[in-house]
Structures are given as structure tokens and as C-alpha cells.
Design a protein around this ligand. Structure first.
Ligand SMILES: Nc1ncnc2c1ncn2[C@@H]1O[C@H](COP(=O)(O)OP(=O)(O)OP(=O)(O)O)[C@@H](O)[C@H]1O
Length: 585
């Protein structure tokens, strides 16, 4: 209520908020985990000295319930005190090393993060710009991140753009679209003369497409339950604001030349993939279901049913190189799930036993404690003594509903321009005039593979020839936000996860396989026609005259194709690594 007084305590992990009451037993406590906060602010004068907290607790287990934004604002006794609190919280969120003696001020903070947002306004159901305005931009501003937003105007626009821009200015390139735009950006970066550094630019994805496989994997490894649409977007945007980065494997693909080129002079094509190679059933569904785009992710379900009804098989040869040493530590261990909803008093049992040192307005000075240690040991507190409040209040909660965001980046979206610059500091140069130099074809080298037109060595390679219903090479855990197709995959496990299904499988078993994929337990579907293997490289030689081959969901020339994983070549913004940490390291 607007008239209550509060005592706030900051630890390395929580903000402890206690409502003070003169009537015993009427005090209320709230333990606000810093891990659920995207940021805080202290609005500039003439606003009163407020500490504003932007809190996004996770949604409920029931599918489709989003995390909900909550804004909490507390009136401090003085502006310097509110600013000190804002700086202290931001230091902890940005992992600035602090001790009990740290004098908090804005100067301790690293420079404002800058993100380049690339938005495909036509991705998915065409809601990307609407979602930017409703969810993405407000949250990013609350996290004190500055950004430039560019709407892509055509296919390959993003690819050309990232080939040319000056990269050091950016802390990340964020794809606000589906997986197709991520594919473009990765390939644009790999086409630069400085590709080796360029590809280390942290990449992020805010899912607005229809498949959203990478976003599904990020959501899964952050420990959240499977979700779609806005709940998935809000989780990913929250993780983006938190900002943790992980290495990401890329797979180098060599495809056959485009059929339109003169077959005698045309050379094989090289491209880089972060998600998948598909042949047969999966690529057929992906391409054929384009016509149901308006259905969002349901297009794949409908496409699957249609294709199962007219099941096809394709002749081909699949060869793969198994990893010599398979990493066993991560296999099969699911990332720990996050606790879902937290009640206000959860976790306070231990807390209330610890003496909380504070005094109230009935004495001469008020002592504010910041525990700078997660163990809440009374030996750690830093005491900040401030003058006695002139009024009875120290912290007054003013609003629980949205208040305006940080004053420094207030902005409204102009309806049409494709470039919106909201930089908080000096403007980041977007385009640098540099001629595009194409790289030699074999950089970086695929040392496990001979040229596509030469035979594979027989040693270390396994070859299967016959009739296939599908071949799927996946390197992320998800093939779509709701298709948990390679549960053992990690962003940087250095492996390609191959699933192949041979002709002879019944329609019912195939359907069971896809339903089981939704839950991530399709490895339990035992069928002699279904195989799952991991490898470092593979070659696929379709022998049927016609068919579809896709890389990251994009059509590539039909014909022989080969691939090799390049471990940890790129970097992905995944937010808090949470329970994921202990699994791969
Ligand atoms: N303004 C634009 N107009 C037309 N095509 C575009 C535009 N911007 C990007 N594209 C192209 O649209 C393709 C599809 O985009 P993207 O994959 O990101 O979304 P999606 O197909 O809806 O999502 P998903 O891949 O998850 O199904 C990309 O390959 C990209 O090249």
C-alpha cells in the first residue's frame, strides 16, 4: 500500500523486502530473487527518488502461461541512496565483482550493452514488429540495454548487412524472426574476411517464426518447460536480457552445385549450419507445409499428417564418421528443471532465523544492511548509515503496476523506418564502407572430409545404403519449439546427432515416433527401422532422382551433400546457464 514503510536488504542472490508495521504480526516479507530481475532504474529528477525494480517471475507449469511483468517501485529517503541501490543491484546483475567494502556507484558498471536487432516483419504469422513493441523493446530498455532495430526488407538483406557492418560496437546480433534469419546471419558473418573474429559476435534469437527450433533449445536448457508463441518469446527475451553466453558448434556443409549453373563449370557450394540437415520426410514436411504458414507451428503437425498419409521412401547412401571418444558426461542427463512459481514466503524459513539488522524511524539513524554474501552470515554485512529520515518513511512502495521505463531510453516506434537507433551513449556506426572480399572455398578447412566428388576413406567411416524414409542430422536439442528431437544434444558437444528411418516402417510407428519427439522420449520407440547415432562428419548421397534437401530449414540443391562439425565456432546468448552449468563442464 502507498503508506507502508519497507526495509530492503540486498544479498548476492536476493532482495529481501519487509513491510514494517507497528502492529505485531502484520509485517509481510517478500524475497525477490535477483535471478528473476531484468533490471532496475532510478528515474532522473524531477521524478521523486525512486528505486524501480523490473521483475519477471516465471509462468505456471500449465502450458501457455507466460512469465508476467511486475514493476515494484520504492521511494527512497534521498536520491543518492536510491542511486546507490540502483547501482548495487545492477552491479550484481552484471556480475561486477563486489565485496562488503564496495562503494556502489554507476561508475562501477561496465559500459551499456548494445544490441543490433534484426527483425523480419514477415516471419511466422507476421507479428514480429507487434511483439517488439509489446514485449521485446520494453524489456530490453528495462535491462538498460541500448539497441538499433533494423527491419529486413527482403531475403538476404540481413546476410548482406552483417557482411558489411563494423562489429566491435555490438555486444550481440539478435535475430527477431525464425531460424531462417539466423542461418542468413551466420553465413553473412562467415563470408567476411575477418570471419574468425566476426563469428565470435554473440548471437541471440527472439522467436517470431513458425519453427523456432533454436529458441526451443535455449528455453529447454534454461530449465523452462516447453512452450510456444508469447510465453517462449518472453522466456527468450528474459534470458537475452540476463545475457549469459555459451559456445555454439557450427556445421560446415558442402552441397552440390545449383542445378541452374553450367554443370561442367559449377562448383560445389559451402555454407554453415547451426541446426539441421534434413532429407526425405522431414524436409518434405518443412517445404510442403509452407502453404499452411498462417497456422504457426501447427503447420508442421498438419504437414506431418498429410505426408504420413502418402508415405514415400528414397534410395540413398549415408556414410558417417562416429566420434572416436563420445562425451558421456552429458548424454541422457536432462538439465535440472527450474522451480516454477515461488510463493512470497518461500525460502524465508532460514532467513527469519538470521537476525536482520535494521532499525526503524524511532531512533536517530537508520541502518541499511546489504549482505554481500549468499550465506546471509551476520559476519558479512556492510552497514550503510544514513541520516535520520525527515519523514517517518524510508522506503515507500509507490506502485505495483507498470511505471515508465528508464528515462534515458524512452522512445516510441515510428511506424515505417527500417532503422531505429536508440543508443544510450554515442551512436554505434552501423555501416562501414568496406569492399566485400570472398573467402577461399575451403576456409575453415573440413579436415575430416575429402572433396565431395572423391570417395570417402573406408577406415573410420560407416556406410548404409538402401531405401530411407528420412535422414535427419540435428545439432540442437529441438527441431521445432515443440519437437524435442535430439534430447542428448548440447550447444557445444562437438557432435552431429543423426536419426535415420528406413523404408518398411509402418505409418503407425512413424506417427508414434513423432508424437514421442514432442516429449523428447522418441529414443524409447524401439523399431528395427529407426536408428540414432552421433558423428563428427557425414556424407549423404541421394540416389533417387528427385527429392528435397534442407539445411536449417532452407532448401539447398538436391544431390550429394557432406558435413563436418566445427566445435564451439560461434557464440550464443543463452541467458543464465542455471542448472546447465554442471552438465557439460
Ligand atoms: N522482409 C522480408 N521479406 C521476405 N523475406 C524475408 C524478409 N526478411 C527475411 N526474409 C527471409 O524469410 C525467410 C524466412 O524467415 P525465418 O525463417 O526467419 O522465419 P519463418 O520462416 O517464419 O520461421 P521458421 O524458420 O522458424 O519457420 C528467411 O530465410 C529470410 O531470408
Amino acid at each position: 500500500s502507498p503508506t507502508s514503510n519497507y526495509a530492503l536488504t540486498l544479498t548476492h542472490t536476493h532482495i529481501h523486502i519487509q513491510r514494517l508495521s507497528s502492529r505485531p504480526g502484520k509485517e509481510a516479507r517478500l524475497l525477490l530473487p535477483l535471478s528473476e530481475l531484468v533490471g532496475c532504474s532510478c528515474p532522473r529528477s524531477p521524478a521523486p527518488p525512486l528505486l524501480v525494480l523490473y521483475w519477471y517471475p516465471p509462468g505456471k507449469r500449465r502450458k501457455g502461461v507466460s512469465r508476467r511483468r511486475q514493476v515494484k517501485a520504492y521511494l527512497a529517503e534521498s536520491r543518492p541512496e536510491a542511486e546507490r541501490w540502483s547501482a548495487a543491484i545492477q552491479c550484481l546483475l552484471r556480475e561486477v565483482p563486489v565485496t562488503a567494502n564496495t562503494e556502489f556507484s554507476r561508475s562501477l558498471l561496465p559500459r551499456t550493452r548494445r544490441l543490433l536487432l534484426l527483425v523480419n516483419p514477415f516471419s511466422g504469422r507476421g507479428q514480429a514488429m507487434q511483439w517488439c513493441q509489446a514485449h521485446i523493446l520494453p524489456m530490453i530498455r528495462e535491462a538498460n540495454i541500448s539497441y538499433n532495430l533494423i527491419q529486413t526488407e527482403r531475403r538476404n538483406h540481413a546476410r548482406e548487412l552483417v557482411r558489411e557492418i563494423s562489429l566491435p560496437e555490438w555486444d550481440g546480433i539478435i535475430i527477431v524472426s525464425g531460424d531462417g534469419l539466423m542461418h542468413e546471419v551466420i553465413n553473412g558473418l562467415m563470408e567476411r574476411p575477418d570471419w574468425e573474429q566476426a563469428i565470435k559476435t554473440p548471437l541471440g534469437i527472439l522467436p517470431c517464426g513458425s519453427g523456432n527450433a533454436l529458441a526451443g533449445s535455449i528455453n529447454h536448457y534454461a530449465g523452462y518447460d516447453m512452450c510456444l508463441r508469447e510465453p517462449l518469446l518472453l522466456n527468450c527475451c528474459f534470458l537475452l536480457c540476463r545475457g549469459g553466453i555459451r559456445p555454439l558448434d557450427l556445421v560446415s556443409i558442402t552441397t552440390s552445385p545449383s542445378p541452374s549453373k553450367n554443370s561442367r563449370t559449377a562448383a560445389p557450394r559451402r555454407l554453415f549450419s547451426f541446426l539441421s540437415v534434413a532429407w526425405g520426410f522431414v524436409s518434405d514436411v518443412d517445404i510442403e507445409s509452407e502453404r499452411y504458414r498462417g497456422l504457426g507451428s501447427a503447420r508442421f503437425t498438419l504437414g506431418t499428417l498429410v505426408r504420413i498419409a502418402s508415405l514415400r521412401s528414397y534410395k540413398g547412401r549415408l556414410s558417417y564418421m562416429p566420434p572416436s571418444v563420445v562425451a558421456t558426461t552429458s548424454n541422457g542427463t536432462p538439465p535440472p528443471r527450474r522451480p516454477l512459481s515461488r510463493s512470497i514466503t518461500e525460502g524465508l524459513d532460514g532467513f527469519s532465523k538470521t537476525p536482520i539488522h535494521r532499525t526503524c524511524s524511532d531512533i536517530n539513524s537508520l541502518t541499511l544492511w546489504m549482505w554481500l554474501g549468499s550465506d546471509l552470515s551476520p559476519s558479512l554485512p556492510l552497514s550503510v548509515t544514513i541520516p535520520s529520515p525527515t519523514s517517518r518513511k524510508f522506503w515507500t512502495k509507490t506502485k505495483t503496476r507498470p511505471v515508465q521505463g528508464p528515462t534515458h531510453s524512452s522512445s516510441t516506434l515510428a511506424p515505417t523506418p527500417s532503422l531505429l537507433n536508440f543508443d544510450l551513449n554515442e551512436p554505434a556506426g552501423l555501416l562501414r564502407n568496406r569492399p566485400f572480399v570472398s573467402l577461399p572455398f575451403d576456409v575453415p578447412r573440413d579436415d575430416l572430409l575429402p572433396p565431395l566428388d572423391q570417395p570417402l576413406p573406408t577406415r573410420d567411416w560407416v556406410t548404409i545404403e538402401g531405401d530411407f524414409v528420412l535422414v535427419l542430422a540435428l545439432y540442437q536439442s529441438h527441431l521445432g519449439a515443440d519437437l524435442h528431437a535430439a534430447p542428448q544434444a548440447r550447444f557445444d558437444d562437438g557432435l552431429i546427432h543423426l536419426t535415420f528411418v528406413r523404408a518398411g516402417i509402418s505409418r503407425a510407428t512413424l506417427l508414434r515416433l513423432f508424437f514421442a519427439m514432442e516429449k523428447g522420449n522418441h529414443h524409447s520407440v524401439n523399431s528395427p527401422y529407426v536408428s540414432h547415432v552421433s558423428c563428427k562428419a557425414f556424407r549423404l548421397q541421394p540416389l533417387s532422382p528427385r527429392g528435397t534437401l534442407t539445411v536449417d530449414g532452407e532448401l539447398v540443391p538436391y544431390g550429394p551433400l557432406q558435413a563436418q562439425v566445427h566445435p564451439s565456432m560461434a557464440r550464443l546468448i543463452v541467458g543464465d546457464t542455471g542448472g546447465f552449468k554442471g552438465i557439460t563442464h
